[in-house]
Ligand binder design. Structure first.
Ligand code: SF4
Length: 132
């Protein structure tokens, strides 16, 4: 988890990093620029190590957390890892998890079984817009 200067949140947390561009809104993706600048492949999706993955669970101070700022929470490569991510999100009701995706067509199939009609109360789920 990292503190951030993004105005609408306090922290970012990346259960995984890396993502492929899927829309015109990805044109200026900062994650791609950042990883390419370090000579890394931004398209390769990599899970965080176990300690980093679970870090928000051990942080008991409530935080707003922009989730997967360096990827897309609903990317296909993370389908197996997302089960554990949902578990951590559910078991940390003191945090607010802000999830933005450019893969809205995958949301429904990737929600946890106990999501229900209203979802988890500590999750903000949004779809980011497209740009020309
Ligand atoms: S979905 Fe997000 S993280 Fe993935 S390439 Fe597009 S802007 Fe970057």
């Amino acid at each position: 988890m990292q503190k951030t200067v993004i105005g609408w949140t306090n922290y970012t947390h990346n259960f995984w990093t890396g993502c492929q561009k899927v829309s015109t809104g990805c044109k200026f993706c900062y994650m791609h620029r950042m990883l390419e600048g370090k000579g890394k492949n931004p398209n390769r999706v990599v899970k965080a190590n176990n300690k980093s993955f679970a870090a928000p669970f051990f942080d008991k101070k409530p935080k707003m957390i922009f989730t997967c700022s360096m990827s897309d929470f609903f990317i296909e490569e993370a389908d197996l890892w997302r089960i554990d991510a949902w578990r951590i999100i559910k078991e940390t009701p003191w945090h607010t998890w802000q999830i933005l995706t450019k893969r809205p067509e995958r949301i429904r199939e990737c929600l946890p079984d106990d999501w229900g009609e209203n979802g988890y109360p500590n999750v903000w789920l949004g779809v980011t817009g497209y740009s020309a």
